[in-house]
Design a protein around this ligand. Sequence first.
Ligand SMILES: Cc1ncc(COP(=O)(O)O)c(C=O)c1O
Length: 403
Amino acid sequence: MIIDSIYYQSLLTDRIKNAPRSFIREILKTAISPDVISFAGGLPNSKLFPVSDFQKATNKAYEKYGVSLFQYSNTEGFLPLREWISKRYFEKNGWKIDSKNILITNGSQQGLDLLGKILINEKDEVLIEQPGYLGAIQSLAVQGARFISVPMDDEGVNLDIFELKYFQSNSKLFYCVPAFQNPTGVLYSSEKIVQLSDIIRDRNMIVVEDTPYNDISFTQHAIPSFYNHIPDQTIILGSFSKTTVPGMRIGWIVAPDVLMDRLIVAKQAADLHTDISSQMIIYEYLTMGGNDKHIQHICDVYSSQCNAMVKAINEFFPEEVRFVVPKGGMFLWINMPKSVSSLKLFHDTLAQKVAFVPGVPFYADGRNDASTMRLNFSCSDKETIREGIQRMGSVLEKMLNQE
Ligand SMILES: Cc1ncc(COP(=O)(O)O)c(C=O)c1O
């Protein structure tokens, strides 16, 4: 028998054969070079990781927990950490969430995977923002979800289209990122959340509210949440990736009792439990004091980088581009004239040693081009941002003039 790639292909499940590749990862392969200015990544700025505080927290964890750092642990997660999360929800939002309704996951990305496993049957319909978070599109696609896309406007998903698609489809899940969405940076308005909650309330629908950027806020705007209006129909995904460190992979899910029971079974089947030493170290870091000050520092740095990008876009991009100034998060989303292919623009700007992510992969409807793009501002300093945007501006200008 000849073992070749066709043979291996034939072994694959339909689920994985049909799942989209991480386009960003593919594209970044071409863009990773020290002389390329990259707005393509989606990483937190590693210069801001609180390394020495983590060193102290690690030493403390070694002294305090000893061998327990290295032993198997329970599936639900380290109880003091779950209690810390519960207390924080109460202090910040006045929510009373019992620690039994919090499951620690391997990043919030695992939360998505587990939710897909317990809620999605093959071909189940899921309402999703368009453009939407690529990791959610990929994760839910692997579970066999069919996406019903609802376009975003400047304050969240378009309400009329949401209502129409909700009633036309059999969707039982709505996945959204209400604060500083990836990829658009949009913060939902409180009114929008109230109106959407009114549509969803008491109907056969669960909202999955993904909140990794909630604390990365540049203004005093209130962060709206479905949990304030329809708590029994809201599942929250949380993460320490953007406020502390992403590499330890600590996230969590907040879910009602019955769903939590099934999530714990799914988590057990997936990996027994999340790395206990990381949970203990993060807990020691959080309770050392200084976490809020650190988050404020991240917000200040990202806010000034975001301002630099907005200023440079206003100066160097053609007048026809449209964008919403982000109030937080790590991304800025650009709408260009319809005639501009973001894929062609990507190749032309890469020739000028600047990279970004073309809008295409963020659309769950499978289109193969778009006149939109995502720019990341968390990882470049202000001078680099100005230089990169200036180079992009000249390429864009040239493209528009050639029409
Ligand atoms: C909206 C959204 N959800 C989830 C994640 C994954 O976060 P985590 O590191 O907690 O898995 C990201 C990461 O970029 C994200 O942007």
